[in-house]
Design a protein. Structure first.
Length: 295
C-alpha cells in the first residue's frame, strides 16, 4: 500500500527510520532492531541508503524483509546523485519485483572524497529529476516521499528559495514530505506555514532525532545545519560527561517536543531511530502512541 493512503485513513501515524549495518557487520543484526521496533506498531519503517549507493543491496533486502517477514509497510530510500538513468531504471525494477511500493526520493550527498567527481557531468543533479522519472515510468505504482529542511537546505542560502524548490518536487509527484531533524518546534511551525503559503498542501511530517549523546548530536548538527535552542544546549552542556543522564534528558526532551507537535495536528511523527530500539520505545511510550502493556 502506498503510504499516503495510510495518512489519509488515520492520523497521527508513527513511522521509524533504520539504517543498514556497515558491510563489515552481519545483515541479521538489523533485524533484532526491527523485531523490537515492531512492538511499537509503526505505520511504516524507512530504510536508508548509503552514500553513492554503497548499501544499495542491503537497503532493498532489508526493506523487502521488513514488509514480507514482519508485516510492516516499508519505504526504501533512493538517492540519484552518481547514478545513471539506466541504474535508476534497474533499481526501480528490482524494488517493484520485491513488492516495495514506497520510495524516499533523494538527491544524496555530493561525495567529498572523490576529487574526480564532476557534478556537472552527472545524469541526475536534483531530486525532482528522480521523482519525475519515477512517475513517468511507473505512474502511481510507487508512493513517493521527499525530504524537507525546516531551516533550509545547507546549499541554499535563502529559505524562500528552498521552499520554491520543494514545491517543484511536490509538483513532480511527491505524496508527502518528511523533514530533516530540528529541535525547536517554532521553526517547524513557521516552515509549515511557509509551505502552505507556497501552495504545498501535502502532509509535512516532522522528523525527530533524540539527543542521546553529545558527540552524536554535534555531528548531526554539523551535517544538517540544525540549530540548537538554548534549553537543549544547556542540557547538552550539563550532561556532556554523564552519558546516562544525557540519554535520559534527551529522551525527555524528544518526548515533550513530539507531544507539542501532536497537539498541533501534525499528520504523524517520523523518528530517526539510529537503530536504538530501547530508547525509541521509551519515547513512543511517553507520547502515548504505543503502550508497553499491550505487548
Amino acid at each position: 500500500m502506498r503510504i499516503i493512503e495510510l495518512y489519509r485513513q488515520k492520523a497521527p501515524l508513527l513511522s521509524l527510520e533504520i539504517f543498514p549495518p556497515r558491510m563489515a557487520y552481519p545483515l541479521e543484526s538489523v533485524f533484532d532492531t526491527v523485531q523490537e521496533l515492531k512492538r511499537l506498531n509503526p505505520a511504516y519503517i524507512s530504510v536508508t541508503y548509503g552514500a553513492g549507493g554503497s548499501n544499495r543491496e542491503r537497503t532493498v533486502e532489508i526493506a523487502a524483509r521488513v514488509k514480507k517477514e514482519y508485516g510492516i509497510e516499508a519505504q526504501a530510500h533512493l538517492t540519484c546523485i552518481g547514478h545513471r538513468q539506466e541504474d535508476i531504471k534497474n533499481i526501480l525494477a528490482r524494488l517493484n519485483r520485491e513488492g516495495i511500493c514506497n520510495i524516499m526520493a533523494l538527491r544524496g550527498d555530493i561525495p567529498e572524497d572523490e576529487p574526480e567527481f564532476d557534478f556537472r557531468r552527472q545524469e541526475y543533479h536534483y531530486a525532482f529529476e528522480l521523482i519525475r522519472d519515477i512517475r513517468a515510468a511507473y505512474g502511481d505504482s510507487f508512493g513517493i516521499a521527499a525530504a524537507a529542511h525546516p531551516e533550509g537546505h545547507p546549499e541554499c542560502p535563502r529559505l524562500k528559495d528552498d521552499i520554491f524548490h520543494l514545491k517543484n518536487k511536490v509538483d513532480n509527484g511527491v505524496d508527502f514530505l518528511i523533514t530533516q531533524l530540528f529541535f525547536d518546534n517554532r521553526i517547524f511551525f513557521d516552515f509549515w506555514e511557509r509551505c502552505q503559503a507556497m501552495g504545498i498542501n501535502c502532509p509535512v511530517i516532522p522528523g525527530i532525532m533524540p539527543v542521546l549523546n553529545a558527540g552524536q548530536i554535534k555531528r548531526m548538527i554539523y551535517l544538517c545545519g540544525a540549530s540548537m535552542p538554548a534549553g537543549l544546549l544547556k542540557l547538552v552542556d550539563k550532561y556532556e560527561k554523564e552519558p546516562v543522564d544525557m540519554e535520559k534528558a534527551g529522551i525527555d526532551y524528544a518526548s515533550q517536543q513530539i507531544k507539542e507537535l501532536l497537539e498541533n495536528a501534525v499528520a504523524g511523527v517520523h523518528l530517526y531511530s539510529m537503530n536504538k530500539p530501547r530508547q525509541i520505545s521509551e519515547i513512543v511510550y511517553n507520547i502515548g502512541l504505543a503502550s508497553p502493556g499491550k505487548y
